[in-house]
Design a protein around this ligand. Structure first.
Ligand code: NI
Length: 432
C-alpha cells in the first residue's frame, strides 16, 4: 500500500525538531519514504487530505502494566504501601491469564485511541499481552515481572526467558522482549545476578522500577549502604541496556552514574503525583544528558493510559517545581514522549520520529477545534492545548489502526463489556 498524506502540518521530531507546514508525507508498505515531499516517482494508492490536521510520530509509553486497566478506580487515595500491598497485591495473587487478556485488550484500545503506538510493559501472563499486541497491530516491548520475595523467583525467571524465546522479534519485529526485574526491593542481589547472566545470554535489555519512593531509598541505604542506583551499579546490572522507571528519589552521585552508564529513565508524573511519591528531578536529569522518556505506569495508579495527559503534566509541574517557566519547554516534552521513548526501548533506529526510512508509526490530530485555534506553535499546541481525543488517525508499521476515531482492528463495544465483567470476576475471586 502506498499512501500519501497531503498538505498537512508535520512535527517531525528529527534532530532539528523541524516543523513543516503545507507538507506531504509518503508511506510505502511499512516505511516512510518522504517527509515534506513525496519522491518524484511516487504514485499513491490512496491520498489522505491533511488540511486542518497535524501529523506527528506515534507516542511511546515507556512504562506501564497494561492489564492493570482491570483495577482502574479500585484502589485510590491510599498511601503507596497500602495501595500496593493491601489492595493491588491481593488481586494480583488471584490473577488468571484471561484477566490479563481482557485487561490488555482494553488497554490497547485505550492507547490507540489516545495516539500511543508503542508501549513498554511489565506484568504477568505476558503471552496473553503478546497475542493481543500481535492481533491489534500495535508495537510493544514486553517483560515478564520478575521477583523472588515470594519464593518462586526461579520459575518467574524461566518464564521471562521463555517469553523472550517465543516472542522476541515476532509480528514482523513489532514485538520485542526484555527482562523485567520488578525492583531492587522485590529482587535479592543474588536474584539480580542471575537475571544479569540471563540478560547477557539473551543479549536483551532490562526494565526495572528504581527509586520510586522515599522509603525505598532509605531502606536501600539501611540494607545495602547505598542508593538503589548505586546498588544496581554495584551488581553490574547497568552493563545491560537499562530502563529505570520513576527515578524520583536520586542523590547527587546517582545522576552521574545514570548518565555515564547510559541508563534511560521513564518519567511517570501522573502516577508519582497520585501516589504522592514526589517529583522526579527531570530538569536535572536532562542537564546530565540522561535520556528521559514518558510513561503512564499502570491504570491502577494513574488512572488512565493517556500519554497526552502525561505530556501536559510534565510540561507544567517541572516549571512549578523548579520555579522556572523555561523548564522543560514544549519541544523537550514532545521528544520525551516520542524519540526518547524509542531510545529507551532501543527502537530509535526504527521509530520515534518522522524521517525517511523509518517505520510509519504516526498519528494525526484534528487541529480545527476551538481549543486548538490559532496554531501559532504546533509544539506548544501539542503540549499545552491538545487532548488525547483530538487524535483521529493512528498508523503502526504502515497499517491504519484507527481512522476518524474508529478502531480498525479491535471491536470496542465487546472489549468494554468483557473487561468490565472480567474485572468484577477478579475482585470476587480475590475475596472468596
Ligand atoms: Ni510501575
Amino acid at each position: 500500500m502506498k499512501l500519501l498524506i497531503k498538505n498537512t502540518t508535520i512535527v517531525t521530531v528529527n534532530d532539528q525538531d523541524q516543523v513543516l507546514e503545507h507538507a506531504d508525507l509518503a508511506v510505502s508498505g511499512k516505511n516512510i519514504v518522504g517527509v515534506g515531499k513525496a519522491p518524484l516517482d511516487f504514485i499513491p494508492d490512496r491520498v489522505i487530505d491533511g488540511k486542518g490536521k497535524l501529523v506527528m510520530p506515534g507516542l511511546i509509553n515507556a512504562h506501564t502494566h497494561l492489564s492493570m486497566t482491570l483495577m482502574r478506580n479500585y484502589a485510590d487515595d491510599l498511601p503507596f504501601s497500602d495501595w500496593l500491598f493491601k489492595k493491588i497485591k491481593p488481586l494480583e495473587d488471584h490473577l488468571l491469564a484471561e484477566d490479563v487478556r481482557f485487561g490488555a485488550k482494553l488497554g490497547i484500545a485505550e492507547m490507540i485511541r489516545g495516539g500511543t503506538t508503542c508501549f513498554h510493559d511489565m506484568y504477568f501472563h505476558m503471552d496473553e499481552v503478546a497475542s493481543e499486541v500481535e492481533s491489534s497491530g500495535i508495537r510493544a516491548c514486553l517483560t515478564s515481572a520478575l521477583f523472588d520475595v515470594s519464593g518462586n523467583g526461579e520459575a518467574l525467571l524461566a518464564q521471562g526467558c521463555r517469553l523472550h524465546k517465543d516472542w522476541n522479534g515476532r509480528s514482523e519485529g513489532r514485538i520485542t522482549v526484555q527482562l523485567g526485574p520488578h525492583s531492587p526491593y522485590l529482587c535479592s542481589p543474588e536474584y539480580l545476578r542471575e537475571i544479569l547472566i540471563e540478560g547477557r545470554r539473551l543479549n536483551c535489555g532490562i526494565h526495572i522500577h528504581v527509586s520510586e519512593t522515599a522509603d525505598e531509598l532509605s531502606e536501600s541505604r539501611r540494607l545495602h549502604g547505598c542508593t538503589p542506583v548505586q546498588h544496581l551499579l554495584n551488581l553490574e546490572l547497568f552493563s545491560l541496556p537499562t530502563l529505570a522507571a520513576h527515578a524520583v528519589h536520586l542523590e547527587e552521585e546517582d545522576f552521574k552514574l545514570l548518565s555515564e552508564n547510559g541508563v534511560s529513565v521513564s518519567h511517570n508524573p501522573g502516577s508519582n503525583l497520585k501516589l504522592a511519591n514526589g517529583f522526579a528531578p527531570v530538569e536535572k536529569m536532562l542537564k546530565h544528558s540522561i535520556n528521559v522518556a514518558l510513561g503512564t505506569d499502570g491504570a491502577a495508579s494513574n488512572n488512565n493510559l493517556n500519554l497526552f495527559e502525561e505530556i501536559h503534566l510534565a510540561g507544567l509541574i517541572h516549571k512549578a517545581v523548579n520555579n522556572s517557566a523555561t523548564a522543560l519547554p514544549a519541544k523537550t516534552v514532545i521528544r520525551m514522549a516520542t524519540i526518547n521513548g524509542a531510545k529507551a526501548l532501543k527502537l530509535d533506529q526504527e521509530v520515534g520520529s518522522l524521517e525517511t526510512g523509518k517505520k510509519a508509526d504516526l498519528i494525526m490530530l484534528d487541529i480545527r477545534q476551538p481549543h486548538l485555534v490559532p496554531c501559532h506553535d504546533p509544539l506548544a499546541l501539542l503540549v499545552y492545548s491538545a487532548q488525547a481525543s483530538d487524535v483521529t488517525t493512528v498508523m503502526v508499521d504502515g497499517n491504519i489502526l484507527m481512522e476518524d476515531r474508529q478502531l480498525q482492528t479491535l471491536e470496542l463495544s465487546s472489549i468494554l463489556e468483557q473487561a468490565a465483567h472480567q474485572s468484577i470476576d477478579l475482585i470476587e475471586r480475590s475475596q472468596s
